[in-house]
Design a protein around this ligand. Structure first.
Ligand code: PT1
Length: 277
């Protein structure tokens, strides 16, 4: 099952690691600022050396409590970095955005995957993706990042996440996005209690029944703090355990901060699976 990400293909029957590259506010204020692009490129280069098959570039924080970023600000942060990585490195550039204009511009600059935590629900997003040929990851979210953790509630989280993704699939397919280029993500930490997240991790194989490759992101998240009692900087072992479970249960892409360690874990899972053939 190869998927084509703007000229680079990945076997989605295997598991790959996507490195996280945040280009959120810092000391550099202006967009094309050399220092910002340069340090992002250096970080991306290290993640590629560590075995990342994809780099996820994000200019809007979507972690719990984060507030929206104006469009121009997001464009200024993300575009120069996407362009530099696509030009300089042999890796698939993913862009973590919900803004149709950011999708359009970054694909023209060489991005190979659109990663939208809002599942193309912003006006115009489905249409922009339909005009491109790149794969898209649609993620389940309940609410918006600023308030999504206020009081997450489900009658049956597995069924509701699955129903949401099925409905979004129906809508975007009807708009002309071929199903062969859609990746699904249950959205760990996006409007969910720790219990909800673990129920979803437990049910990953059921989500696979939807017939699409799965992307998962649990790296350093609070669900891991909940069970270990550890702060965000001390969650590496828990992140590797979660990544290992996801890989064993069929995830095709694992979004992670600690690329080298996650790649090692994925290699161990692949060796176990290889031995069973
Ligand atoms: C994700 C993801 C993402 N996560 C995809 N894109 C984030 N496709 C950003 C916490 O509970 O899982 N899938 N883009 C980061 N978001 C969060 C959410 C970070 C929750 C931290 C938490 O700590």
């Amino acid at each position: 099952m190869p998927m084509n990400f703007a000229g680079k293909t990945l076997d989605m029957a295997a598991c790959h690691v996507m490195g996280v590259l945040n280009v959120t506010p810092d000391s550099f204020s202006d967009g094309g600022c050399f220092s910002r692009v340069d340090s992002a490129l250096a970080r991306a280069r290290q993640m590629v050396a560590d075995g990342a098959a994809l780099i996820d570039v994000g200019g809007e924080s979507t972690r719990p409590g984060a507030t929206p970023v104006p469009l121009q600000e997001e464009l200024d942060r993300v575009c120069p970095v996407v362009e530099a990585i696509a030009r300089e490195l042999d890796v698939i550039v993913s862009v973590d955005t919900s803004a149709p204009e950011v999708m359009r511009r970054t694909v023209s600059l060489g991005a190979g995957l659109i990663n939208d935590v809002r599942a193309l629900q912003r006006p115009g997003a489905v249409e922009v993706v339909a005009e491109t040929e790149v794969p898209v990851c649609i993620m389940h979210i309940q609410g918006e990042p600023d308030h999504m953790q206020d009081n997450p509630h489900y009658r049956n989280v597995r069924r509701e996440v699955s129903a949401f993704l099925s409905e979004r699939l129906r809508v975007i397919e009807a708009a002309g996005v071929q199903r062969e280029r859609v990746i699904l993500d249950p959205g760990f930490g996006f409007g969910k209690t720790a219990r909800h997240n673990f129920e979803l991790l437990n049910a990953l194989e059921q989500l696979q029944q939807l017939g699409h490759p799965l992307l998962v992101g649990m790296s350093r998240k609070s669900m891991l703090g909940h069970v270990t009692g550890r702060d965000v900087g001390e969650r590496l072992s828990a992140s590797i355990a979660a990544a290992t479970i996801a890989a064993l249960n069929g995830a095709s892409i694992i979004r992670a901060h600690d690329v080298r360690e996650t790649v090692d874990a994925v290699k161990v899972v692949a060796a176990v699976e290889e031995a069973g053939l």
